[in-house]
Design a protein. Sequence first.
Length: 549
Amino acid sequence: MHADYVIVGAGSAGCAMAYRLAEAGKRVTVIEHGGSDAGPFIQMPGALSYPMNMGIYDWGFATEPEPHLGGRVLATPRGKVIGGSSSINGMVYVRGHARDYDTWAEMGADGWAYADVLPYFKRMENSHGGSGPEFRGSDGPLHITRGPRDNPLFNSFIKAGEQAGYPVTSDYNGQSQEGFGPMEATIWKGRRWSAANAYLKPAMAGGNVHIARGFARKIVMEGKRAVGVEVETRAGIEVIRAGREVIIAASSINSPKLLLLSGIGPAEHLREHGIEVVADRKGVGANLQDHLEIYMQFAASQPITLYKYWNIWGKAWVGAQWLLTGKGLGASNQFEACAFIRTKAGVEYPDIQYHFLPIAVRYDGKAVASGHGFQAHVGPMRSKSRGSVTLRSADPKAPPKILFNYMSEPSDWEDFRTCIRLTREIFGQEAFKPYLKEELQPGSALQTDAELDAFLREHVESAYHPCGTARMGRATDPMAVVDPECRVIGVEGLRVADSSIFPQVTNGNLNGPSIMTGEKAADHILGRTPLPASNLEPFINPNWKTAQR
């Protein structure tokens, strides 16, 4: 099995890179521990709560006890299947805000400002219903659609935001993210349009991409050069060699773990586990970030929510309709309306995200409110809290230690209290009068800072957006792990390209930015001149210094 490039991980970035490298005539081997994405649990958008709770598709990671959340242990699902987390996520498509990427560039990711990444977002997109060709792509591999918003609650949410004085945006992935509007999804013709469907399967059909099933144990180094990957397969342990380069795209949890097992990371930590130091990079595993959220839940005064289908017969009907026609409720992830707003005056661009859902249920589907209800997932976008991914042992099969250090910054608590109070105001608008009965969670009795903090400590949940553990920056930055061309600093023939290289978490869901990272990294790997920078400017509220909305 000879390959020019060996990619570890068939996830969002890995699939995009395999496609672009193969398109350029290169031979690519993609190592993937997970299996097939066939079957309705992955492909039916309405079944999104299932695959992330199935051991066959999920790595099953969990945090260490989180010290600022009363020692709670939180699930950290990551995709173990072709398509990676794009095959088990909520299918929400968010590019992030323009200013996120300008911040990356300011932090040392030269060439990754908004002007630089916008052409890659456009190259990868096939946008259906977006704001048009200036800001959006129309012929890329990744189909992006909008739900029908047939349930009146979706439009009530957007209208309530407008009544509360917020802008309405027709395309939060276009010029203006700020405001209330329709949500976009990686769904096409009623099916999940994962990175596997968009990129990997077409690339494999071309004959230049081969999938190697197995568990990557470490990168094989000859001196300071990566030459291959040690993989455990059914036949035993073997080495898959790379003619040119090895590229790690194994997630913000597994990518740093693999670097550490290969001798690349903080020297002291490596020696603790008896691992020979190849490159002392203190940033490997550091800078771990995520988005937290809560579910603001409300009882409905009319039986118009999805609760009517939350029983064996209802689910059977939705599933059968989807299997037979590819349409109906099963063809949507039910995230069809959203918002991005700012917590206060003086914040330049949105730092709160909303997903609206016409049922009151946990994201993982494990608990539903008894009766008709609806909810908004809400949380701050730019927490200052930072955690880490470290080795539990030198055994490649041992899960890593994951500590997000959630809510370790006082500003996190302040921002979350603001989220609750702003959300109550939005749901108190005239647009919800025909539908809202009462607040279920947190419950209107909880009003003081102390009461809200106690609720938050018990109820905040991960939005499953981990990133940052192999941060991109300048080669002179001691905490940077990769340079702006995704090359691991201090070694040769090795790159990392996935959400682990993000210097700072972007606004919203991370699948879109992860695919963009794979797209842009492919050009760096091929030695191509990057796509010409855009001169388009994002909309920023002109009154942001003095007004919250």
